[in-house]
Design a protein around this ligand. Structure first.
Ligand code: CMP
Length: 136
């Protein structure tokens, strides 16, 4: 069971970063590392490489480099599954009421936040943004 997951507050939602982080904390997550940054095209392409054959890949890379993002390493027991429940479905239209994406998402692309989809990817993605952070 994972103790950590990686959240990214996406460009469309950075203006609501404080409120979104408050939702994370209210749900029992602790912020272990956080930064506001701009991704280069190379970094965004590498981060989303798992989607490189998908039709939305290049639009996704453009979108994730269109403005600042806020990656956040979060800690909680059962972090990956509990965080995915908190943020809701990928498409905000399908996200349960009260979830982060239902409240702050605008479209399937501009869906407010990213979340790791497995313990393995949580470790890889957290190390991508916070390589110097000891999270074990
Ligand atoms: P995220 O959790 O960051 O992981 C991949 C992202 O691709 C996803 O959220 C969506 O924002 C984005 N995306 C854009 N278009 C699609 C689509 N048609 N299907 C799934 N994901 C999409």
């Amino acid at each position: 069971m994972s103790k950590y997951t990686l959240a990214i507050i996406k460009p469309d939602a950075v203006g609501n970063a404080g409120a979104i982080i408050a939702m994370f904390e209210k749900a029992g997550f602790r912020v272990r590392a956080m930064q506001k940054m701009n991704l280069s095209k190379g970094q965004a392409s590498a981060f989303y490489a798992v989607h490189k054959e998908r039709p939305f890949y290049s639009a996704l890379v453009d979108y994730m480099t269109s403005g600042p993002i806020v990656p956040v390493a979060l800690e909680k027991d059962n972090a990956v599954a509990d965080y995915r429940k908190l943020i809701g479905a990928t498409n905000p239209k399908d996200a349960e009421e009260g979830t982060v994406r239902a409240i702050y998402g605008k479209s399937i692309e501009a869906n407010a936040v990213h979340g790791s989809d497995s313990d393995e990817n949580a470790a890889i993605e957290t190390a991508f943004f916070f390589p110097a952070c000891e999270l074990s």
